[in-house]
Ligand binder design. Structure first.
Ligand SMILES: [Zn+2]
Length: 644
């Protein structure tokens, strides 16, 4: 949704509309003939650059922002309008350039070479003496059967400096192709040699099963490194590939859980034994790109990692990445001062299992399948694991240490969506650190905003300071803020729409509608909320949650600050009444705006000294109707609002 702001910033509404409508400048504003209804007598179409809005005071009697304009003009929905305007704003991705096309073609060539190399290494494994020894190692030492060997395309790279390059040279490939595919390496003097020698070869495929590179494991314990990957190539970006995901994705989805391990055999062997929801970031910490791929299939992750210290550090780094990469849901919270705030919670369940006896996952699975199952079932929520890791080797009697650890662990607690779970964790942390739970709660409230880089590089952290409504400078900002507050409230409790409608009717006012919202993106969200109430497939809140990412709402929202005596928080009814008041307020603001526009149009027509008494009357009647509505709204606002 950030793009919407960016698009609005970049596109000048006057430029946009001028393409189809001859606009006449008048003071700060522009008038013209409405493009949506046939009209050649009076310009009743007004554009307000200051607010980025337009309105037709003629037959259409409607208006909005640039999105609404494009939707109406092109007859498209919001998504398409967004696409059109994004392109215009230069935000949309460009189509393939000739250079990009070339790269795609090059990738195809290199991929073909890698597929060919799989066949070459397989042949070496099965048909040569040295390869047979490697095969025996796989069978006897790693417990890999023939079927698995075939399925994963395991092979053997002969102990030679030029076996693979000779093989490909005979087939007419250029050395440069082999270098680019990562199969041979180049010395400083320009001579080349086979990158993988005397190793078990493991093909690494991308999420779609396309060849990307190889992992090679030593057979001679003296050789280093133990594992060696393809170098970075246009096909192989280690940080963007999860080993095994092409074969695991189905199982991950059906188990609704992904198990993350460290090595290749930790994926292959459990897969053979029936545990197929396993992937590996190939010995490094999880990256954001890897996490993004995974979360398409599940939101539940178990990290099954080595218990050694390095493993734990990697785990912590991996968890940090996971937290950054996973989306959050915005949960509006009323805090003690009566502010409505978003707190973002992770839409994921992260767990860690530590492995016993210095064993790797493949060894445990082979030792006892049931044991592996239990280890995964018993994986602990990350908080316990992180707390243990942070505490180990520290003097937790030291107040400074207590405070540092609390500051590190509390953001993880805040990620959890269930308030009950959060409480339980805080209690646990307080007990472990031997501190008072209340001081822990205070630390939580005063937590520093978490940095979350946005496209514009701004800090849109979860706990940005809330600016009270009364301090917002322009009506426009106020309007936007209020719209968002209403959306947040209704997104959490959509059924309240009916209570609000009953209240509005009692005030002789129209029920809540999309037209109450100026910003098209907000209209779209209200539409989803309304839709949630007219479907019966799922709970309305769930329906909304699947369609709106409230954390995308740009501005932190707040109600106006309340008196000190209301420190206890606000009851649900009060929230409802407050929302009803906000709806009256946005109507008041937009009617005032509309009246201002009307007066402008009237003076405009008077100035042009045109004899169009009919349209003049029309405008007068419209003003009168608006003033009548405004009075009803003011009446309702002047009384205490009682709902329920
Ligand atoms: Zn019109």
């Amino acid at each position: 949704m950030n793009n919407i702001e960016e698009i609005k910033n970049r596109i000048d509404i006057v430029d946009l509309i001028s393409e189809n409508v001859k606009l006449r400048r008048s003071g700060k504003n522009y008038t013209g003939f409405c493009p949506f209804h046939s009209n050649t007598r009076t310009p009743a179409f007004v554009v307000w650059p200051e607010t980025g809005t337009w309105r037709c005071f003629g037959e259409c009697n409607e208006g909005g922002d640039i999105f609404r304009y494009v939707m109406k003009k092109e007859g498209v929905d919001f998504k398409q309008a967004l696409k059109i305007l994004a392109e215009r704003a230069g935000i949309e991705l460009q189509p393939l350039t000739p250079q990009a096309k070339q790269e795609v073609e090059r990738s195809e060539v290199l991929r073909k070479i890698l597929e060919e190399a799989v066949i070459f290494y397989r042949h070496q494994l099965r048909k040569t003496d040295a390869g047979n020894q490697a095969q025996a190692y796989l069978r006897e030492k790693r417990g890999i059967n023939a079927e698995t060997e075939e399925e994963w395309g395991l092979g053997y790279a002969p102990n030679s400096w030029d076996a693979i390059s000779n093989h490909f040279k005979q087939k007419g490939y250029a050395i440069q192709d082999l270098i680019d595919a990562g199969l041979v390496s180049e010395r400083d003097d320009g001579r080349v040699y086979d990158r993988f020698r005397h190793r078990v070869m493991i093909p690494i495929r991308d999420i779609y099963g396309k060849m990307a590179g190889f992992g090679g494991r030593v057979l001679d314990p003296e050789d280093v490194p133990k594992f060696m990957n393809s170098p970075q190539t246009i096909l192989f970006d280690k940080s963007a590939i999860l080993f095994g995901l092409d074969k695991a994705r189905k199982a991950i989805r059906s188990a609704n859980q992904a198990v993350i391990v460290e090595g290749y055999f930790d994926v292959i062997v459990p897969h053979q034994e029936g545990f197929q929801n396993i992937v590996s970031p190939m010995g490094t910490a999880l990256t954001e790109a890897q996490m993004r791929q995974l979360k398409r299939f599940t939101r539940q992750f178990v990290m099954a990692l080595d218990p050694d210290a390095a493993g734990q550090k990697a785990t912590l780094r991996g968890l940090e990445v996971a937290r950054e990469a996973l989306d959050r849901e915005g949960v509006p919270v009323f805090n003690a001062r009566g502010y409505l705030q978003y707190e973002s919670r992770l839409k994921a369940d992260l767990r860690v299992s530590t492995l016993p006896d210095d064993l790797d996952p493949d060894e445990i699975v082979l030792r006892d399948r049931e044991e592996w199952k239990q280890i995964i079932i018993n994986a602990r929520p990350i908080i316990y694991h992180v707390l243990d890791t942070l505490i180990s080797g520290q003097d937790i009697e030291d107040p400074k240490v207590k405070s540092t650890i609390a500051a590190q662990i509390l953001p993880l607690v805040e990620d959890i969506s269930s308030p009950i779970e959060r409480d339980a964790y805080r209690q646990y942390i307080a007990r472990t650190l031997k501190i008072d739970e209340r001081s822990l709660a205070e630390t939580t409230i005063r937590k520093t905003p978490r940095r979350r880089a946005t496209k514009r590089g701004q800090d849109s952290g979860a706990a940005r300071p809330v600016i009270p409504l009364s301090e917002l400078s322009s009506e426009q900002e106020k309007l936007e803020r209020i719209e968002q507050e209403i959306i947040v409230f209704l997104a959490c409790e959509p059924e309240n729409r009916y209570k609000i409608d009953r209240f509005l009717r009692a005030c002789e006012l129209n029920h809540l509608s999309l037209a109450d919202f100026i910003h098209t993106e907000n209209q779209e969200m209200i539409r989803v909320i309304f839709d949630s109430l007219s479907q019966d497939e799922m709970e309305p809140v769930q329906y909304i949650g699947e369609r709106i990412d409230i954390s995308d709402i740009r501005t932190e929202v707040s109600h106006s600050p309340r008196q000190e005596e209301e420190k206890q928080g606000i009851s649900k009814v009060r929230k409802l009444e407050e929302t009803a008041r906000l709806i009256l307020q946005i109507r008041q603001i937009s009617i005032n705006q509309e009246l201002k526009e009307l007066r402008f149009l009237q003076s405009e027509q008077a100035e042009m000294n045109e004899e169009h008494s009919n349209t003049g009357n029309e405008l007068l009647m419209r003003s009168a109707a608006l003033i009548k509505k405004l009075k009803l709204i003011q009446l309702a606002l002047n009384q205490p609002i009682n709902i329920d």
